[in-house]
Design a protein around this ligand. Structure first.
Ligand code: ADP
Ligand code: SF4
Ligand code: MG
Length: 360
């Protein structure tokens, strides 16, 4: 089966400063030579800290912005080669859910009109058809039909995000780019909205490109996970492998920074404290872009960029040190990074009294 979405060697720079003659003085390499595939009906999660290029990559994949280089194939069509009219005809098939449910909804419009808007833009439909579709879609996202006659101000954050989702799905898209869809929500609402997105995926056969800075959130919804650092994918593979048997030191630092599901595990979790701030995307470090912050860095890391190398299980990592060493994964990798050998305590079950207070 060929993937629904395929991205090959895609790059995009932004000019952030020009000289007085209008020539580019500073370029941000927002997305640098990225390739990925998303199978129909599956979710590819993309995780990385703010500024790593996640939103840019999603926008490029849907051709909401133009790539400088590379090839993007959606449902067998070469997206970058499509003339504007054909691209417009494809728009209803590829939609986007934004992060902030407050700014995404026009407070003056009724919810019914907001939800039906993409349908109106997509082609000729009657007002009655638009209304019926909006009411049906509001039902699918768990809101009452009479929500259609109210305005966004009458709804909570979680309900507003349901309205945003209804609007994104009204054209019955195949691919949905979810850009930090739960980041603005409190923790309990977050779980409900993630559950709703999973249910809708099953019912409607949706394919998700799902972006978040939170590895836990991405793990909850993804079949595969790609980890981005400074515009590049540095690790990608089956969700469980990347989240549990992570092989890149940066992924390990993300895991150690995200809250563990239970307090005991939280106490025993190792913390990697990264040296320094995220480097500037204007002048990214040479070699492996993570090398100035990496506790495992070797001389070669500053010189050569490690290629993304894929193992037999489809788990790929770009690291000079760990790529050839499959044992250096998960807890063992964290232990190496925090400087302690894998101790007795970390091999004990997390509820064991001796397991408490393991290195921070
Ligand atoms: N329109 C733009 N103009 C200039 N720089 C941009 C633009 N969009 C994104 N960038 C820069 O590209 C990098 C990646 O941004 P973004 O894709 O938004 O990252 P993320 O979604 O992971 O936070 C950042 O350094 C950001 O400042
Ligand atoms: S290539 Fe070197 S600097 Fe980069 S993550 Fe691996 S060990 Fe660290
Ligand atoms: Mg973003």
């Amino acid at each position: 089966m060929s993937p629904l979405l395929s991205v090959r060697n895609v790059s995009r720079n932004f000019v952030v400063r020009r000289d007085i003659l209008g020539r580019a003085r500073e370029l941000v390499h927002a997305v640098d030579d990225v390739s990925l595939d998303v199978d129909a009906g599956a979710t590819l999660g993309i995780v990385g800290e703010s500024g790593s290029g996640k939103s840019t990559l999603g926008r490029l994949a849907l051709r909401l912005i133009e790539a400088d280089e590379g090839r993007i194939t959606f449902s067998g069509r070469d997206l970058r080669a499509l003339p504007p009219r054909q691209l417009r005809a494809l728009r209803p098939d590829m939609t986007m859910i934004f992060q902030d449910p407050y700014s995404a909804l026009d407070p003056r419009w009724t919810v019914g009109r907001i939800v039906a808007e993409p349908l109106r833009v997509a082609g000729p439909t009657s007002a009655a058809e638009q209304r019926a579709a909006a009411v049906e879609m509001l039902g699918l996202v768990g809101l009452d039909g009479d929500a259609a006659d109210r305005r966004p101000g009458a709804f909570s954050g979680g309900q507003r995000q349901r309205i945003v989702i209804a609007r994104a799905l009204i054209t019955r898209p195949r691919l949905v780019f979810c850009d930090e869809p739960v980041s603005a929500l409190d923790v309990s609402t977050r779980a409900q909205v993630l559950g709703l997105l999973r249910d809708l995926q099953r019912e409607l056969g949706l394919t998700y490109l799902f972006v978040s800075h939170d590895l836990g959130v991405v793990e909850a919804v993804s079949d595969r996970i790609a980890v981005m650092y400074l515009g590049s994918i540095i690790e990608v593979g089956p969700a469980e492998a990347v989240a549990r048997r992570y092989r890149h030191p940066y992924t390990a630092s993300l895991v150690s920074a995200s809250p563990a599901p239970d307090p005991v595990a939280q106490r025993s979790r190792r913390r990697v404290v990264l040296a320094g701030d995220p480097p500037s995307p204007v002048e990214p470090p040479t070699g492996c872009a993570f090398h100035p912050r990496c506790p495992l860095a070797q001389p070669i890391c500053a010189e050569r960029k490690p290629p993304l190398r894929t193992g037999p299980d489809g788990h790929a990592v770009a690291c000079h040190v760990t790529a050839g060493n499959p044992q250096l994964a998960g807890e063992a990798l964290l232990a190496r990074m925090t400087g302690s050998a894998l101790s007795l305590k970390t091999t004990l079950p997390s509820h064991h009294p001796l397991a408490e207070g393991t290195s921070r």
